[in-house]
Design a protein around this ligand. Structure first.
Ligand code: HEC
Length: 255
């Protein structure tokens, strides 16, 4: 230790480090003055806030697309979506294709606001350790998803995605799915006749189609397994939006 009582700030550059590399000027002006720094931070955050808040009150068309033919998730898809939340898939996968060339070439049409009308809670995700899944519907056959969930390395060599083998055996309880649907109904999703019987019937009908498609690939499964619900959900993601955008919707969007 030297006898120098000055703080490192006051001492200036370390020997051998140039003044500019040390960035002395901004350290002195901002970091050394808590009051000024707090004011500068508040100003910066306010500008960011205004940029987000003002358009919300002034824009007349938020791109909500009330008239876009988007349908709510079916009971089996809701079950799959609940599993997606339970397993934390959103921690590695986003559900938003950004309007940039590289993304559109890789994933397809960029995501529109109205496509999320029935996404409660939304599952946009905030990072991508894996690919975006907003347009995953139809990209792979059902059997591919089955194998991929059982062991991601089996379909995608070198994948860092965890395996979810329990989904192959565990079943989904239609009673719980009924509760999910009632909750969604309460926040405005247009479901009608939400009874346990109807939910079970709908799940069984849709699940049996997936079981049949798995069977044609030599895989035995049951309509009420978690994997079947997950496949239903994945094969649905972005489907409505894609259909609209590749048809008449695309022209309207051009305006
Ligand atoms: C630790 C991060 C991580 C988690 C958690 C994760 N994934 Fe993945 N996922 C990946 C990576 C990395 C890939 C790319 C390699 C591959 O295909 O396995 C991937 C690929 C995929 C693909 C294929 C995407 C494509 O376009 O080829 C699907 C579908 C998928 N994941 C679904 C899921 C589901 C459903 C869950 C939750 C049950 C999940 N993932 C959880 C990392 C993750």
């Amino acid at each position: 230790m030297s006898d120098d009582n000055r703080t490192p700030n006051e001492q200036g550059p370390v020997d051998g480090v140039s003044e500019s590399a040390y960035g002395a000027w901004h350290r002195r002006v901002l970091e050394g003055r808590a009051g000024l720094f707090a004011v500068a931070t508040a100003v910066a955050i306010s500008i960011g806030g205004l940029a987000e808040i003002v358009p919300m009150f002034t824009a007349t068309d938020m791109g909500v697309g009330e008239d876009m033919p988007i349908t709510p998730y079916t009971p089996l898809e809701v079950a799959g979506r609940d599993l997606y939340v339970r397993e934390g898939c959103y921690l590695c996968h986003s559900q938003m294709v950004r309007p940039m060339r590289a993304e559109v070439l890789r994933y397809g049409e960029w995501s529109r606001a109205w496509e999320y009308r029935y996404d409660r809670p939304f599952l946009l995700g905030s990072r991508r350790l894996g690919p975006d899944l907003h347009r995953i519907a139809g990209k792979y056959p059902d059997a591919w998803h089955y194998e991929h969930m059982r062991d991601p390395r089996a379909t995608s060599p070198g994948s860092i995605m965890p395996a979810y083998p329990w989904m192959l055996d565990r079943t989904v309880d239609p009673r719980i799915v009924t509760k999910s649907l009632r909750a969604l109904q309460r926040v405005g999703h247009p479901y009608v006749d939400v009874t346990e019987e109807n939910v079970r019937g709908s799940m069984q009908a849709q699940g049996s189609d997936i079981v049949a498609s798995l069977q044609s690939a030599g895989i035995e499964s049951q309509w009420d397994t978690e994997i079947v619900a997950m496949i239903a959900y994945l094969q649905r993601l972005g489907r409505d939006g894609k259909a609209v955008l590749s048809g008449i919707g695309a022209e309207q969007e051009e305006e």
